[in-house]
Design a protein around this ligand. Structure first.
Ligand code: DX5
Ligand code: ZN
Length: 216
């Protein structure tokens, strides 16, 4: 992918009874990834879905799956998400004592490893693994729910990371809307997770296309 500008719609707030249509809508709208938010009710105060639903999504779309694991003990589950067809697996630095080992484990499963950090987690905590990941996910809300407002200081973090790594894919996740996505791009992000601002709208295809236009 390296440095392509990509919209990665999150299906977290989609209507799951209509998910097939939702996936078609974002494909037609020009999305580049499908972002899957995996929540366990422990690391984050919400529960979403697991590898079974993720595999169904994979069968229902030609877009690559971007699995964002917000779960404790990620080591135990990465294989299941690899089998579900993940193209990327993001693990939170806050969830493991052995981040280096976990990122290698993901790559050995044939999946692109990414590391995610919460708003309050400093870049310093991932500095030494920047060379072994395919993407860094910067949370711009406290993870757990869609529909929250972007925390402005997270853009400073992205700016800092972009200055440090001009070639790195940087994904921003949380509170991205049509009226702030250009600021996110200017800060240095190139992969944009958009949840409620696409799936909370009556015409996800059209809105997705508007998002793509904003970053092109
Ligand atoms: C939050 C998730 C996000 C979220 C994005 O925990 O990681 O992917 O669903 O949704 P919006 O765009 O509504 O903030
Ligand atoms: Zn996410």
């Amino acid at each position: 992918m390296s440095l392509k500008q990509i919209i990665a719609p999150s299906v977290l707030n989609a209507n799951f009874l209509e998910l097939g249509n939702g996936l078609k809508a974002i494909e037609n709208g020009g999305a580049g990834l499908v972002h899957l938010d995996i929540m366990d009710g422990h690391f984050v105060p919400n529960i979403s879905f697991g590898p079974g639903i993720s595999a169904c999504v994979g069968k229902g779309t030609c877009l690559p799956l971007d699995c964002h694991l917000m779960i404790e003990n990620p080591e135990q589950y990465v294989e299941a998400f690899a089998k579900a067809g993940a193209a990327y697996i993001s693990v939170h630095a806050e969830t493991t004592n052995h981040l280096d080992r976990l990122l290698h484990q993901i790559r050995e499963l044939g999946v692109k490893p990414a590391v995610a950090i919460n708003p309050a987690t400093p870049l310093e905590s991932i500095k030494y693994v920047l060379g072994i990941v395919d993407m860094v996910l910067i949370m711009s809300v406290n993870p757990g729910f869609g529909g929250q407002s972007l925390i402005p200081y997270c853009l400073d973090k992205i700016r800092e990371l972009r200055a440090l790594c001009p070639e790195l894919d940087i994904e921003i996740d949380g509170g991205v809307k049509l009226d702030n996505i250009v600021a996110c791009k200017e800060a240095g992000a190139n992969v944009f997770v958009v949840g409620s601002a696409i799936f909370g709208k009556p015409n996800p295809e059209e809105v997705c296309r508007e998002f793509v236009k904003k970053i092109s």
